[in-house]
Design a protein around this ligand. Structure first.
Ligand code: HEC
Length: 125
């Protein structure tokens, strides 16, 4: 009887592992050809649609840090994708330029794969 919990746990961790692996889903041939891990066109379109560019730019500091500064901050950090995915889906406190903090904008309406794509795009800046 004691053994019964093990297969279930094994299945759970296999599922989690599969989720973790699919976070680094294989890129399409087109993406590989450009050496990029993400679909930049789709990511940019999403950034426009979700009003991210109101506060962010690729290389220029606005209300929020430039995406290249974010990429720099996370360079070499193995948790970068996971951290930013959380940042964009759970939302956390964001300190605005003039000092007050508010909750960072969340993306709730997009598929996990699209959000991951955007995270990768940000980390590629
Ligand atoms: C109202 C302005 C505003 C909007 C809109 C906004 N952000 Fe931000 N964002 C900020 C600020 C300010 C920070 C810096 C937070 C801090 O350092 O506390 C930030 C931080 C970030 C970071 C860095 C997080 C980290 O861990 O360093 C990322 C990535 C990010 N935003 C992405 C996005 C994306 C993608 C969108 C659109 C879905 C978006 N932001 C919309 C203001 C905004």
């Amino acid at each position: 009887m004691k053994h019964n919990s093990h297969p279930a746990l094994g299945l759970l961790s296999a599922t989690l592992l599969a989720a973790a692996i699919s976070a680094c889903a294989p890129v399409t041939p087109a993406q590989t050809a450009t050496g990029s891990r993400c679909d930049a066109v789709a990511a940019k379109a999403m950034a426009v649609k979700d009003h991210c560019l109101r506060c962010h730019a690729e290389t220029r500091q606005k209300e929020g840090p430039s995406f290249s500064a974010v990429a720099m901050k996370y360079r070499g950090n193995p948790n970068a994708e996971a951290n930013l995915y959380e940042h964009l889906t759970i939302g956390d406190g964001a300190k605005m330029l003039e000092g007050h903090a508010e909750f960072h904008k969340c993306i709730a309406s997009e598929s996990p794969e699209k959000i991951r794509n955007m995270v990768r795009w940000i980390l590629d800046q």
